[in-house]
Ligand binder design. Structure first.
Ligand code: 5GP
Ligand code: SF4
Ligand code: MG
Length: 449
């Protein structure tokens, strides 16, 4: 998911709308914005893309100088309108709006405890659990109640909480999900990724720290607090590998540059003689450029992605597929024909994509296809908000390298080493796993499971 927040700007909803557009790659299921106009909440939420949910008219109604927004990719809870965020609650005399990116590992445990003592839940979203914990806190002060509630959560989260007179931002004690802060004039902005600041011309300040809680109130001073002792910093390595946009920086590290370094490392670890290097659009282009630069093998556009395939697209039937109707990716025949191709992809999850692409290149006349993956084998599920299947469906968890190579019909296959990936990201050289979460690769989960 992606979150965006604004405090202290007359066009808060508009800024939020543009920011969410830039974060659209983080979730396409639903979008929503809630504003606060001098203590009065206005909100709009819907299923679909930001451009489908918002129009001049509903944006116009979202008045106020502060706003929080969300784009959703469901990893917990079903994909339905009731789970679209921000979630809005009545809290004592006022209101509360909450938007989250991440996943609460102990949400079900807390939920069943609260249900036994009388709580009724309206959604299957983790975020509602936080609202219940806040409302049940013994503290009357909202900031203290939020801290009390957050301290009971285990997992990965970047929370934005809008109250009638405050905006609160908090990151989990391991800083697993990216969360950044910027300024625009005297306004403060929060976003999952810095690419959302660039579109509105805001100036990046810094990332939210693990366990940090930031409060903005009418005085417009950013008040720094914390709700937990910071644990080992464990930013999600997959954000650098695949999820985030290449123009974003996370913890000050540019995503495109990190991916390019991964491609270079991959080339050093697994050189192969070939005629061209190509990447799977869009997420593997940066790594493919790095691989080409390191080896001197020319980088080529061997694959083209059709960008206009939405979720509502009518998928071809099995029969049409067999006739060769391929919707998402096409090989550039004149580029790959008669060539030995190095195919760079960022990851193999189930293995279905790789097999399809290798076959696409072969059908277009590639003589050899050598697959190089710019991350280590995915062998454990993620509990922190990245959508991955159970272990039994992770191809690398069940097959050996040779078996995988045969299964995806490649001439050779190699995965970047964990060290290679972490050195390429190059965050916190002294930290455990260089300050990164690598649990899906090495089973070293930064929290209780
Ligand atoms: P596969 O067909 O192996 O399951 O999918 C691999 C492709 O999905 C890769 O090209 C990659 O870009 C994308 N991908 C990478 N990581 C993830 C992830 O965590 N979840 C999902 N759903 N897709 C991913
Ligand atoms: Fe990211 Fe993997 Fe950790 Fe999940 S388990 S947060 S995908 S590094
Ligand atoms: Mg891909």
């Amino acid at each position: 998911c992606g979150v965006f927040g604004v405090w202290g700007h007359p066009d808060a909803a508009q800024l939020c709308y543009y920011g969410l557009h830039a974060l659209q790659h983080r979730g396409q299921e639903s979008a929503g914005i809630c504003t606060n106009n001098q203590g009065e909440f206005h909100y709009s939420r819907g299923m679909g893309l930001v451009k489908e949910v918002f129009n001049e008219s509903n944006l116009h109604d979202l008045t106020g100088h502060s706003a929080i927004g969300h784009v959703r990719y469901s990893t917990a809870g079903e994909s339905k309108l009731a789970n679209a965020q921000p979630l809005i609650f009545k809290y004592r005399e006022g209101d509360l709006a909450i938007a989250t990116n991440g996943n609460i590992v102990n949400a079900l445990e807390i939920k069943s405890r609260l249900e036994k003592s009388g709580s009724i839940f309206q959604t299957s979203s983790d975020t509602e659990v936080l609202a219940h914990l806040i409302s049940r806190s013994k503290h009357d002060d909202i900031v203290e109640a939020v801290k009390d509630a957050l301290s009971q959560l285990v997992g990965a989260f970047a929370f934005l909480i809008l109250t009638n007179d405050k905006l609160i931002a908090a990151s989990d004690p391991n800083g697993i999900r990216p969360f950044t802060i910027a300024q625009l004039g005297s306004a403060y902005l929060f976003a999952s990724e810095t690419c959302a600041f660039d579109v509105v011309g805001a100036t990046y300040l810094r990332d939210v720290l693990p366990g940090e809680l930031l409060v903005l109130d009418r005085k417009n001073v950013m008040c720094k607090d914390s709700f937990a002792k910071p644990s080992r910093h464990a930013i999600c390595a997959m954000e650098y590998v695949y999820f985030a946009r290449p123009d974003s920086d996370i913890n000050g590290i540019n995503i495109h540059s990190a991916r390019k370094r991964m491609g270079k490392k991959l080339a050093k670890e697994s050189f192969i003689s070939a005629d061209i290097v190509t990447g799977v659009p869009d997420s593997s282009i940066s790594a493919a450029i790095g691989f080409a630069e390191q080896t001197g093998i020319p980088y080529e556009i061997g694959l083209i992605k059709n960008r206009y395939i939405g979720r509502t697209f009518i998928q071809p039937s099995q029969e049409l597929r067999e006739q060769g109707v391929k919707m998402k990716l096409s090989a550039v025949r004149k580029v790959v024909e008669g060539k030995r191709v190095v195919l760079i992809d960022d990851s193999i999850v189930r293995g279905t994509t790789s097999l399809r692409i290798v076959n696409l290149l072969r059908e277009a006349g590639a003589t050899e296809v050598h697959v190089r993956i710019s991350s280590p084998p995915f062998i454990n599920p993620c509990f922190y908000g990245i959508d991955t299947p159970e272990r039994k469906d992770l191809i690398a968890a069940t097959l050996t390298l040779e078996e995988m190579c045969r299964k995806i019909n490649a001439d050779s296959l190699y995965f970047l080493s964990k060290t290679g990936m972490l050195e390429s990201i190059n965050f916190m050289p002294q930290g455990v796993n260089r300050g990164c979460c690598t649990a899906c690769f090495d089973n070293s989960y930064p929290t209780k499971k």
